[in-house]
Design a protein around this ligand. Structure first.
Ligand SMILES: [Fe+2]
Length: 232
């Protein structure tokens, strides 16, 4: 089967260099891109990633005395391929700030308190219907350490390993109705409005399980014209 590689759609993908986000110039090519055919290693593998890595489980909010502080949320995310078919067996890594907006990372400063019961990362695998679920707390907003001090809205980072290396996607998910979404430089580095909207989860009103958490549903498309925008 010959795989058709869609060229990067600049409207639905973020600008390579995001103003005010200092890391992006370092991660972007300085020379014009060279067109080449994808190699076999890019069109195949990684094989059985789920067996090669340690899965961490989808409950990172903790239980009992060890519960993280914050609004309990339940994320239900479906991973699809370019044809809209579910991608089962995909390894998904996620990381997020705690409810106060603090990461467990040496680079994060002390603008907000750490939560000893919240590590803030998970590694799960999608089921046959392409779905993975996470029980966590809603991440807080946090300031970006630049001179003009802009703030990131609440968001969750995802890295998804699809069926081939070219289908690996690193992106972020945002929450609906957040005032900081409209000003976020990373979300708004995606020029196309519909593509930006595809990065925002859908709030599911109460009445569905689990009943003790706010439920958000989301969809990640790994490749193709409807691909979820990458986010640094
Ligand atoms: Fe972040």
């Amino acid at each position: 089967m010959k795989m058709i590689i869609q060229p990067r759609d600049e409207r639905t993908q973020p600008a390579r260099i995001i103003a005010g986000y200092p890391q992006t110039p370092l991660r972007s090519p300085k020379e014009p891109l060279v067109k080449r055919a994808p190699t076999l290693s890019e069109l195949s593998g990684p094989l059985e990633v789920a067996k090669r890595v340690k899965l961490l489980g989808g409950d990172i909010a903790g239980q009992g005395e060890k519960q993280a502080i914050g609004q309990l949320i339940h994320l239900r995310v479906r991973v699809l391929d370019e044809d809209g078919a579910p991608v089962g067996g995909a390894v998904v890594e996620m990381w997020q700030a705690n409810a106060a907006g603090r990461y467990i990372h040496p680079n994060d400063d002390d603008h907000a308190p750490p939560d000893p019961n919240f590590y803030g990362a998970a590694r799960v695998v999608t089921d046959e219907s392409g779905v993975f679920e996470l029980r966590t707390v809603k991440p807080g907003a946090y300031p970006v350490p630049t001179r003009d001090g802009w703030w990131r809205p609440p968001h969750v980072h995802f890295s998804v390993f699809g069926r081939v290396w070219l289908a690996r996607l690193v992106t972020q998910m945002y929450f609906p109705g957040e005032p900081l979404n409209a000003q976020d430089r990373i979300l708004n580095a995606v020029p196309d409005a519909a593509a930006r909207d595809s990065l925002v989860a859908r709030y599911i009103p109460p009445g569905v399980e689990p009943y003790n958490a706010l439920v958000f549903e989301h969809q990640i498309v790994l490749r193709g014209r409807a691909a979820t925008p990458a986010q640094p």
